[in-house]
Design a protein around this ligand. Structure first.
Ligand SMILES: *[C@@H]1O[C@H](CO)[C@@H](O)[C@H](O)[C@H]1NC(C)=O
Ligand SMILES: *[C@@H]1O[C@H](CO)[C@@H](O)[C@H](O)[C@H]1NC(C)=O
Ligand SMILES: *[C@@H]1O[C@H](CO)[C@@H](O)[C@H](O)[C@H]1NC(C)=O
Ligand SMILES: *[C@@H]1O[C@H](CO)[C@@H](O)[C@H](O)[C@H]1NC(C)=O
Ligand SMILES: *[C@@H]1O[C@H](CO)[C@@H](O)[C@H](O)[C@H]1NC(C)=O
Length: 455
């Protein structure tokens, strides 16, 4: 990690002037006014304090907003009324089930995640955290070299459970998991998908996650099981098993973008073709999402239960026993608010959380990822423009097998261009956010690490 991070930091110096303070587990946000460490390793308020805010890298454990509890629900896609862009979501998961970036469409009751030429793709994250449960999604993956589709669970302390489809291989889906962002090459696994390829044919992919195990289930058949008992580390005396409240995220991203590290590109099956058949026909690469459902399981029997509205972390060990279910409020008063002062700026009626509310611009309140990359593990960020490329993102190569996800390097540039997010102007967030989350998939960091070491 260290080897990885250092170059990142160097790479990001160029943008440092504008950048927010960077943060990670060993360098928490220092300024109480910007206490929240976003998923991408920068300190801020507002959206920085919502989904992905890392309590271990923030000013204090209660800097991030409390996490909305699990909600069992089946999602279909007649419209996007229950989805908000990041600048419009203040933590009211009742008003918006999803936040997203990129260009989404709905068609025939399905959700189309698009990736126009030179864009960073699309990302859709569910706003309700899941603390054990079964997520199920009907997907038709994207296709083509360099194009990756993902369906994952990711917690704010970087526990992660993944499905990833690499567009160069339409016969299988890759699986992976992480505990607290610790990179481990051994965790990947491939599932061969029977009965038609992953692009042309619908298949149902499930992650069945209990306190004891994770099953990856494709079309009703359990293809891979991870038992918690097999993840015990005798040295640390810890189960290195995903065990903290996590959000469901779906994305489509350009792993094979030329600016990415060769390893990432290789893993993704080659340099992305921005003149692919799908781009010629539809104007974009795309992945199609059908019905998605979330079934919440009971929390662990010994869980601390003081309410029923929000999960919070009670200890920085961030293990299962360090999560409590409380009545804490999850909705912030404005983009200037934080977990330390949830009501700040609440001058409007309570509906503020949903779409339509106006966006006030507050410095460092909507993480864009366009600034530095640093830090945390999930961050392999590269931030943006600047940094770019080079060092940053990377991934790949490594060795082999793996699967990786990773980050997109500088795509920012290219990326942003493609987005028409319609919403705001200054918020480069659209593109950036997408990448950030992608980066949030740790595998890429792992790959990046290897690459750098190799260098
Ligand atoms: C939850 O609410 C309690 C009581 O109001 C408060 O002391 C605590 O700081 C809150 N925790 C978080 C993480 O916001
Ligand atoms: C087990 O934990 C120790 C101490 O935290 C760590 O150094 C080591 O890498 C871990 N082993 C594995 C296989 O993860
Ligand atoms: C959240 O949104 C719902 C539906 O729009 C609304 O009824 C509720 O009052 C909002 N809650 C808060 C705390 O703003
Ligand atoms: C955390 O960030 C600091 C400075 O940004 C960096 O020097 C350090 O190596 C990082 N630590 C880890 C564990 O990533
Ligand atoms: C998964 O499949 C990819 C592509 O076929 C391959 O490169 C990789 O080695 C496989 N990974 C594992 C863990 O088997």
């Amino acid at each position: 990690m260290v080897r990885f991070v250092t170059p990142l930091i160097l790479a990001s110096l160029s943008v440092a002037a504008l950048a927010a303070q960077t943060c990670n587990n060993s360098k928490q946000c220092k300024d109480e006014k910007y206490p929240c460490c976003s998923q991408y390793g920068e300190c801020g308020t507002g959206a920085f304090c919502l989904g992905g805010c890392d309590p271990l890298a923030s000013f204090s454990l209660d800097s991030c907003a409390p996490m909305p509890v699990c909600k069992s629900k089946t999602y279909t896609w007649d419209n996007l009324d229950n989805a908000a862009t990041q600048d419009k979501y203040l933590g009211n998961s009742t008003a918006a089930d999803w936040t997203y970036s990129g260009k989404l469409k709905t068609e025939d009751g399905n959700l189309i995640m698009t990736m126009p030429p030179k864009s960073g793709g699309s990302l859709v994250a569910n706003n309700h955290y899941i603390w054990y449960g079964k997520i199920s999604g009907k997907f038709k993956s994207s296709r083509g070299k360099g194009v990756v589709t993902a369906f994952i669970l990711l917690s704010d302390v970087k526990d992660e459970i993944d499905y990833e489809w690499v567009g160069a291989d339409l016969t299988s889906v890759q699986t992976n998991y992480y505990w607290q962002g610790v990179l481990d090459w051994q965790n990947g696994g491939n599932i061969s998908v029977e009965g038609g390829d992953t692009y042309n044919d619908w298949h149902t992919y499930e992650i069945d996650w209990t306190p004891e195990k994770v099953d990856w289930v494709v079309d009703g058949t359990v293809h891979r099981t991870l038992k918690k008992s097999d993840t015990y580390n005798a040295t640390s005396k810890k189960y290195e098993f995903p065990q903290t409240p996590s959000r469901l995220q779906m994305s489509l991203w350009p792993a094979g973008q030329p600016s990415n590290a060769q390893g990432t590109i290789d893993w993704a099956g080659g340099v992305i073709d921005w003149n692919s058949e799908d781009i010629q026909n539809a104007g974009y690469d795309f992945a199609t999402v059908g019905e998605v459902s979330v079934e919440c399981y009971d929390p662990p029997s010994d869980a601390t239960k003081k309410g029923n509205n929000a999960y919070i972390f009670t200890n920085s060990a961030a293990m299962e026993a360090d999560v409590a279910i409380t009545n804490n409020n999850t909705v912030m008063g404005s983009l200037g608010a934080t977990g330390l002062d949830m009501d700040l700026g609440a001058d409007k009626p309570s509906s503020s959380a949903s779409k339509g509310s106006s966006t006030t611009s507050v410095a460092n309140s909507i993480p864009t990822g366009a600034t530095v990359g640093s830090g945390g593990m999930a961050t392999n960020d590269d931030s943006g423009s600047s940094s770019g490329s080079s060092s940053s993102s990377s991934s790949g190569s490594g060795s082999d097998s793996s699967s990786g996800t990773s980050t997109t390097g500088d795509s920012e540039t290219s990326t942003s261009s493609g987005f028409t997010q319609g919403t705001t102007t200054q918020d480069s967030g659209a593109a950036g956010q997408n990448e950030r989350v992608l980066r949030g998939s740790l595998f890429g960091v792992l790959v990046a690490l290897v690459v750098l070491v190799t260098l």
